[in-house]
Design a protein around this ligand. Structure first.
Ligand code: C5P
Length: 230
């Protein structure tokens, strides 16, 4: 099992002095937590991380910080490959996909969702092994959702019962993900969206609140409070 980890975003909304994947959470970077979680899940053998062109040294340091409970430092370095990402997330995932080599199942996981519970990683993997071709973790929408016009006036209250917010890791039969990326044009905010454009079925499994994407300084404060549970 291979996991692709896009970690090349600048993360300007976080306001840190380093790209978001290298912001510190309980003494190590978000990327270090994310890679440690994937390797520690027991279902990921190899990881390809896409980082910014200038971030090689930061990335090497992050891999050096993956804790021994996840895997020995030598093993981490053998199992993780770094590539240079692109200007959009889709470009970073594509760069990782280009070097991945043979794999039957590919996970794609945001470095910024570094506290995803191991149970979520395992459940997307199990679902894809059970025969689903594309599997994503989701949560119901807790808040009321409204559609507004350009000036902020409410047009409608959206029925939230069928809405889901989407997390990572997303798991794909490798050939399907490659076809989705071969056809990809324009922007997509997640990988399953590209699979949907091929007309293929995407299956959901329950996500987890701890798999939230760290975007702002507020999120990092929440993550600090949660990180001890990992
Ligand atoms: O910016 P956002 O948090 O939505 O990005 C989601 C993930 O995609 C992050 O882990 C980020 O590092 C990654 N990304 C990337 N290359 C980009 C933009 C984002 O790898 N050009």
């Amino acid at each position: 099992m291979v996991a692709l980890v896009p970690a090349a975003g600048r993360g300007l909304r976080l306001g840190a002095d380093v790209p978001k994947a290298f912001a510190r959470l309980r003494g190590r970077s978000l990327l270090s937590h994310a890679v440690g979680g994937l390797l520690g899940s027991g279902c990921v053998d190899r990881v390809v991380v896409a980082v910014g062109a200038d971030d090689g040294a930061l990335a090497e340091a992050a891999l050096g910080d993956v804790t021994s409970q996840d895997a020995s430092p030598q093993l981490v370095r053998q199992r993780v490959r770094l590539v240079i990402g692109g200007s959009e997330r889709i470009d970073s995932v594509r760069a990782a996909l280009d070097v991945v080599g043979g794999a039957e199942v590919i996970l794609v996981h945001d470095a910024a969702r570094c506290l995803v519970p191991l149970s979520v990683i395992r459940s997307v993997v199990e679902a894809v092994r059970a025969g689903h071709h594309a599997v994503i973790p989701v949560l119901p929408v807790a808040d009321t959702v409204k559609q507004v016009d350009d000036s902020g006036v409410v047009i409608a209250t959206v029925d939230r019962t069928a809405l889901r917010v989407v997390q990572t890791p997303q798991a794909f039969e490798a050939g399907l993900l490659r076809r989705a990326y071969a056809d990809a044009g324009g922007l997509a905010t997640d990988d399953a969206g590209l699979v949907e454009r091929l007309g293929q079925t995407v299956t959901t499994v329950p996500g987890h609140p701890h798999a939230f994407k760290i975007t702002t300084a507020f999120d990092l404060t929440v993550a600090e409070a949660l990180a001890g549970d990992r």
